[in-house]
Design a protein around this ligand. Structure first.
Ligand SMILES: Nc1ncnc2c1ncn2[C@@H]1O[C@H](COP(=O)(O)OP(=O)(O)OP(=O)(O)O)[C@@H](O)[C@H]1O
Ligand SMILES: [Mg+2]
Length: 329
């Protein structure tokens, strides 16, 4: 293993007939740190994770997990990692406790150890009370937690989480974040995919942004925000019919105006407070009703816009996955 690296993706490519789902992705994760793989629907996040976790064979390129080559030593890779997929994989007809024990037995863990381990995991994920109920009676948040508990049963040094908090309410998400932080503090290496910019910002030491199968940026959350450059002034108009007029007005006062019709929000580049004050003056003199006007530091969403020319919006066609309203807003 390249010293100190828990995961390496080396020029990974995955083709499905015409589609190049992953197009030469490379990155590495130092042991004990968190990498956030960030990208919109169809960017290639799941495909990348599937290759690294030996569930899918790369068209070309390779990778290493805990020093083991994914092509040469797939079994050693599987022994060193845990995976929580995008779709919950718990067995509905088993109880929470049985789900954990089943996977533990597959890993060949001795039953005495496994009993105690299952108890600890159930407690850790606040599932003790529900432990002996069939998983089909669990809520979405409880399933996610059980999924995570199951992937941790063998205490793997490397954990892959594919959109671990998608579909969770804000409280469950925050709770899961805390659990993940504790795992990392205990030395686990984490690769998590997410469409939540806030999540990557919150948890990741390093972010790799992918779009259409390619890495388009990487760095710490701060570095990426710095890359996106200046602050912006954001104006939310009260009525959608005023949007075009407002955009023209804003263009007369600032360069690079971006219009988001869904949220009735206009974003313009600004260098600071003086720009904002000037723009506020222009709107005050107009007949356009404004709900909100303010200065905004670059967010990771701005980073995305800056890099790709489009916002990392959730795909409306992806109706098979529950997506809370606030995704990438
Ligand atoms: N088994 C497959 N056969 C054909 N095409 C596939 C297959 N799996 C993925 N793809 C395509 O590869 C591309 C990347 O898909 P992938 O699931 O990796 O994206 P993602 O970033 O995980 O998206 P999401 O955020 O929706 O989960 C998409 O265009 C997808 O349609
Ligand atoms: Mg996916």
């Amino acid at each position: 293993m390249t010293r100190g690296l828990a995961v390496e993706a080396i020029d990974l490519v995955k083709r499905f007939d015409e589609t190049v789902a992953v197009d030469g992705v490379s990155f590495s994760i130092p042991a004990g740190s968190v990498l956030g793989l960030l990208g919109p629907n169809g960017a290639g996040k799941t495909t990348t994770v599937r290759m690294l976790t030996t569930l899918s064979v790369p068209t070309s390129g390779t990778g290493r997990v805990a020093g083991h080559d994914i092509l040469q030593e797939p079994e050693a890779v599987r022994r060193s990692m845990g995976l929580t997929g995008q779709a919950a994989t718990v067995d509905e007809l088993l109880t929470g406790r049985e789900n954990i024990r089943l996977i533990g037995r597959l890993y060949g863990l001795p039953m005495t150890y496994l009993r105690e381990r299952a108890d600890r995991l159930l407690e850790h994920f606040a599932l003790t009370e529900a432990a002996d109920r069939m998983a089909k009676t669990y809520s979405g948040g409880m399933r996610r937690r059980l999924d995570l508990a199951v992937s941790l049963v063998a205490a793997p040094p490397v954990l892959f989480l594919d959109e671990p908090t998608t579909g969770l309410d804000p409280r469950s998400r925050a709770e899961l974040w805390e659990v993940l932080k504790r795992l990392v503090a205990d030395g686990t290496t984490l690769l998590l995919t997410t469409q939540y910019l806030e999540e990557a910002d919150h948890l990741a030491d390093q972010i790799v942004v992918i779009d259409k199968g390619k890495v388009i940026a990487s760095g710490t959350p701060m570095q990426l925000k710095d890359q996106a450059g200046k602050a912006s002034v954001v104006v939310t108009v009260s009525y959608a019919e005023d949007l075009d007029k407002a955009a023209d007005l804003l263009r007369s006062a600032a360069p690079e105006v971006y219009v988001d019709r869904t949220s009735r929000r206009l974003t313009a580049q600004a260098s600071g407070l003086s720009d904002m004050t000037r723009i506020a003056g222009v709107f005050a003199d107009s007949r356009i009703a404004v709900d909100d006007l303010g200065l905004q530091r670059p967010s990771l969403d701005d980073v995305f816009l800056h890099l790709t020319g489009h916002r990392a919006e959730a795909d409306d066609n992806a109706a098979d996955q529950a997506r809370p309203e606030e995704v990438l807003r």
